[in-house]
Design a protein around this ligand. Structure first.
Ligand code: BGC
Length: 445
């Protein structure tokens, strides 16, 4: 009897995955791995009441279940090289993030354009040097590295190292003698100004949590008390740290502060002098994070509801994301948010209209997903990304269990993946980008 249920399910699945192959345009290798593991399915206990559709979730081996990495791309934290083993863990493995280089360039350009447009008042002490400080999130996180480089590149303060701009923290450089950065130059209206990175550091707390907002608030206190009159601009790898510096010092001293993420509090602060931020289109990323799982669970082409409209009409246009098949990665595109357009970005938790239609539970049965956030107190993930995920999980009929880590130790998270067999799919936000194997080994047991 059990065997019969399984083989009937397999027949349905095969049919679905064949149909999927026919309509394939973006993700050509999108066929469901679930169809392929008939062996596993036969051995594992099957559900007697197996519901219609591709319901192998409970029966599939954990190693074959859909897996999405998000926000922290499996990669070498020193070289940035992608961890293709983790990205190809099984046929239904993907990464969802955003285009880090495009966003970094936007952030750098936004800062530079602000300086040019406000040149008459930006040099607060009139010494002819535009000084800035930089808050670095995590020296081993490729998004953070890209943003540091983007600012240095646009302002001409970058120094080449191994064929790329050095992204190391400069420490203190008020006298311009650092070998990690150099003085740049900006010419506006025929007048030349020196641009100097006065100081930069990784905002890591003593317990090891990176992107730490409180550490950034303390750093601006230290910096401003020793060379505050030289600071004309603050750049930060994200809004969490940027807002902490804004609230601690720069708002009162009217020093424009630039962050990244377009969290609602940062967007609102633009009205009070926060310089600007970048939206990494978290509304699109959160959707993609759960959508790739939904598609794999349904046994349909991965492009469904992404580049190709689904049965409810959800579809994305290619001005908001790119898919790089060789990297198994979806990247949302970034948008600069400044005084000119911030009114359009006031609610960072609002889902994206073109992908907001409810899926029918009859043809997209409820499935269980295990999902972790690497650090429950990360501003971006907790105030923007997770609320979005929580809206999309309803729309996509996914029953998601959210796990919040401490931002410091991988085991704090992996310890809570004790029974992967209870779930149909996994969404993982690693503490450290090198640590993919800590998760895949649990799924392979
Ligand atoms: C965000 C940061 C966040 C980090 C966490 C980045 O994409 O911009 O705000 O702290 O992800 O991994």
């Amino acid at each position: 009897m059990k065997r019969k249920v399984v083989s009937m399910t397999m027949a349905v699945l095969l049919g679905l995955s064949l149909a999927a192959c026919g309509s394939n345009d973006k993700g050509s290798d999108a066929g469901s791995s679930q169809a392929a593991d008939s062996q596993e399915a036969t051995e594992a206990p099957s559900k007697e009441d197996g519901d219609a559709g591709a319901d192998t979730g409970a029966a599939a081996a954990n190693k074959d279940k859909p897996l999405v990495w998000f926000n922290r791309q499996p990669s070498n934290s020193s070289t940035g090289e992608l961890d293709m083993t983790a990205l190809n863990f099984n046929a239904d493995t993907y990464y969802v993030g955003f285009d880090a280089n495009q966003g970094a360039e936007l952030q750098g350009t936004m800062v530079k354009e602000y300086i040019e447009a406000n040149i008459d008042k930006i040099d607060r002490n009139g010494d002819g040097t535009i000084g800035y400080v930089l808050a670095i999130g995590d020296i081993g996180h490729n998004d953070s590295i890209a943003r540091t480089r983007g600012v240095r590149k646009a302002l001409g303060t970058g120094v080449e190292k191994d064929g790329n701009i050095n992204s190391d923290p400069a420490g203190t450089n008020t006298d311009g003698t650092s070998s990690i950065v150099q003085d740049g130059e900006i010419e506006v209206g025929g007048k030349k100004y020196v641009v100097r990175e006065l100081a930069s550091q990784e905002m890591k707390n003593s317990a090891g949590a990176t992107w730490d907002a409180a550490t950034a608030g303390n750093a601006i206190g230290t910096w401003s008390s020793s060379f505050g009159d030289q600071i004309d601009i603050i750049a930060s790898n994200n809004d969490g740290m940027g807002m902490s510096m804004f609230n601690a010092w720069s708002k009162e001293n009217e020093v424009p502060t630039f962050g990244y993420d377009a969290n609602s509090d940062a967007v609102a602060a633009i009205a009070e002098g926060y310089g600007g931020t970048i939206s990494q289109h978290a509304d699109v990323q959160a959707y993609l994070t759960l959508r790739v799982l939904r598609n794999a669970l349904d046994g349909v082409d991965v492009d469904t509801g992404i580049g190709t409209a689904d049965d409810a009409g959800n579809v994305l246009t290619d001005d908001v994301y790119v898919y790089k098949e060789d990297e198994r990665s979806y990247y949302a595109l970034n948008v600069a948010v400044t005084a000119d357009n911030y009114q359009d970005f006031t609610d960072s938790t609002k889902i994206y209209d073109p992908v907001s239609a409810q899926l029918d539970e009859g043809s997209h049965a409820k499935k269980k997903v295990w999902l972790n956030i690497y650090n429950a107190s990360d501003n971006f993930l907790s105030s923007t990304y997770q609320p979005l995920l929580q809206s999309y999980d309803d729309i996509l009929n996914l029953d998601v269990e959210y796990i919040g880590g401490d931002g410091q130790t991988e085991s704090n998270v992996t310890n809570r993946l004790g029974n992967p067999s209870q779930y149909d799919a996994f969404a993982i936000n690693m503490v450290k980008t090198d640590n993919a194997a800590s998760y895949t080994s649990l799924l392979s047991q």
